[in-house]
Design a protein around this ligand. Structure first.
Ligand code: UD1
Ligand code: CA
Length: 456
């Protein structure tokens, strides 16, 4: 079956109280509309059409990388009018699926069920039972339980207002039927809008089949109108991701304190402690431990790695058995090789730390290549920047850098060299020897410590 998806996104979202258009507000780090477009594409349609209006240029610009046919609806005259704008772009032999740009968590299985259940010349919608139906379209069923109409909250009678089965807004019909029916819609209702939902009565009156597929979860079909609803869906989504990880053998200590704003792949027996934030593309091996408050962004971590609390890793790679943190920061283009150790208050940038090498305390290593079995003492700094250019520091295998050393790049410390503590190294240090720069220590015996007035 040929499918065209039409996503309605022209509304302005007044209740968000925001300068950002509603469909650009983010859920799991991605605009609401991007979620819907991705789900639409997962159905492998002929085309995905987005009907836009309010702040359309900004919406188009933000989502410019997505494959979409953008259709402007100049005036928002209702959902029926919005779909009508898309019809000229759709082949007559296509099936049309209408989604909402502000219903971000709709799933592919539920949409496939809707498409499967709807007959060729009929209409299908997705409905759901809700505890509070305020503001939503009510599902009216006849005596035999068949769908007969959808009545908007503002047009409903007292009896109809008691109905808790509501219309999600998601609808499907053939392009051919929509060509017949949409121009017949009237706006003689309390909002003077052309309601897409009136198709139900139209189709039923012409003896076509109208069906409602009931969604089992409210959140999957729930629209976002305000920030409270947005955050409810965010938590639902995060809990769902955490549960999926748990099911695969990854331990998420507290699914309510887990946030993934991107894609996470994790191996079995890996443990993710509380308040971990995942951003972008993150891969974790098996048997890793990710401590509390760790942020991982576009980072790949191999098996048996420990990342201790409060560490931040960005665009980095950590190999097997390495231990990072607590309070470590790995900035972009860092690679820590097998069994490497990066300790507390250490910042690494654009550097390769070789196998079994250690940078354990309070150091900055940037634009550097560090060999294997190197020990970098506390408070070591690569002075990589002269105010204009960045220079490289090379530390070869087995070198030992004494604490408090400053390595003024470009500079090289050769194999097995030892650098005495407190040195400022400005030229290359030869292999296997002790190199140090240090002023002679002296003691001034007649010196008196200053005293405070009050102590006199
Ligand atoms: C609509 C449904 C209602 C359903 C509810 C679910 C109609 C008449 N009513 O009501 O039965 O329970 O959704 O959330 O369809 N839009 C446009 N152009 C327009 C009007 C709307 O693109 O001219 C878009 C909006 O941006 C939004 C969606 O269509 O994404 C729904 O519009 P909205 O005005 O929120 O409809 P509701 O009154 O909530
Ligand atoms: Ca709405």
């Amino acid at each position: 079956m040929k499918l065209d998806v039409v996503i309605l996104a022209a509304g302005c979202g007044t209740r968000m109280h925001s300068n950002t258009p509603k469909v650009l507000h983010q859920l799991a780090g991605k605009p609401l509309l991007a979620h819907v477009i991705e789900t639409a594409h997962s159905l492998d349609p002929n085309q995905v059409h987005v009907v836009y209006g309010h702040q359309g240029e900004r919406v188009k610009h933000t989502l410019s990388s997505m494959e979409v046919n953008w259709i402007e609806q100049k005036e928002q005259l209702g959902t029926g009018h919005a779909v009508l704008q898309a019809l000229p772009f759709i082949d007559k032999d296509s099936q049309v699926l209408v989604l909402y740009g502000d219903v971000p968590l709709i799933t592919k299985p539920l949409l496939l069920k809707l498409l499967d259940s709807t007959s060729l010349e009929g209409v299908g919608i997705i409905s759901v039972m809700v505890t509070d139906p305020t503001g939503l379209g009510r599902i009216i069923r006849d005596n035999s339980g068949n769908l007969s109409a959808i009545v908007e909250h503002k047009d409903a009678t007292d009896a109809e207002l008691l109905i808790h089965e509501i219309n999600s807004g998601i609808l499907t019909a053939s392009a051919k039927s929509l060509h017949d029916w949409l121009p017949k819609l009237k706006n003689n209702n309390s909002q003077s809008e052309f309601y897409l939902t009136d198709l139900i009565t139209l189709a039923a009156s012409e003896k076509h089949s109208v069906i409602a597929v009931l969604s089992e979860t409210e959140e999957e079909v729930k629209g976002v109108n305000n920030r409270v609803q947005l955050m409810q869906l965010e938590r639902f989504h995060q809990r769902k991701l955490a549960h999926a990880l748990l099911t695969q053998g990854v331990c998420v200590y507290d699914p309510d304190r887990f946030d993934c704003r991107g894609n996470l792949q994790a191996g079995r027996d890996t443990e993710i402690d509380i308040n971990v934030l995942i951003e972008g593309e993150v891969v974790l091996g098996s048997n890793c431990y990710i401590g509390p408050n760790v942020i991982l962004r576009n980072t790949t971590i191999a098996d048996n790695v420990t990342i201790r609390a409060n560490s931040i890793l960005e665009d980095s790679q950590v190999d097997e058995g390495a231990v990072i943190g607590p309070f470590a920061r790995l900035r972009p283009e860092t690679k820590v090789a097998k069994n490497g150790k990066i300790g507390n208050f250490v910042e690494i940038k654009k550097a390769h730390i070789g196998e079994n090498s250690k940078v354990n305390h309070l150091s900055y290593v940037g634009d550097a290549t560090v060999g294997t079995n190197v020990n970098i003492g506390a408070g070591t700094i690569t002075c990589n920047y002269d105010g204009v250019n960045k220079h490289q520091t090379i530390i070869e295998d087995g070198a030992f850098i004494g604490s408090g050393t400053q390595l003024v790049a470009p500079v090289k410390v050769a194999m097995q060299a030892t650098i005495g503590a407190g040195s400022v190294i400005t030229t290359d240090a030869p292999a296997e020897q002790l190199t140090l720069t240090r002023a002679k220590q002296r003691t001034i015996s007649a010196w008196q410590r200053p005293t405070k007035q009050s102590e006199k």
